[in-house]
Design a protein around this ligand. Structure first.
Ligand SMILES: [Zn+2]
Length: 98
């Protein structure tokens, strides 16, 4: 399998297996993103879909996810403010000193 110098993690790793995405974005991803980062995005995209209840049958949902993907891989510099904030960290517990 071919290796790519990944523009997200900065390491030279295996390229994404298969075709990650259609069109020119897919080509860019394949050339510039490694399989490890792609899998990270995959996990992240599931969280986004669940949290925002996106429907990928609907164009708006797909566009939203595509934008988030470009931000994730830094394909669109300057659009970070559009990035969703996922609440990954569990809320601090009030029950201290149990
Ligand atoms: Zn990477």
């Amino acid at each position: 399998m071919a290796e790519v110098h990944c523009m997200r993690c900065g390491q030279t790793r295996e390229e994404i297996e298969g075709t990650p995405y259609g069109g020119s974005i897919g080509k860019t991803l394949k050339e510039k993103i490694c399989d490890v980062c792609w899998k990270e995005w995959y996990e992240q995209s599931i969280k986004i879909i669940n949290e925002y209840r996106l429907s990928l049958r609907d164009q708006k949902g797909r566009d939203f996810l595509a934008t988030q993907m470009k931000i994730f891989f830094k394909l669109e510099p300057g659009s970070e403010e559009e990035a969703v904030k996922l609440d990954d960290t569990p809320a601090p517990s009030d029950q201290s000193g149990a």
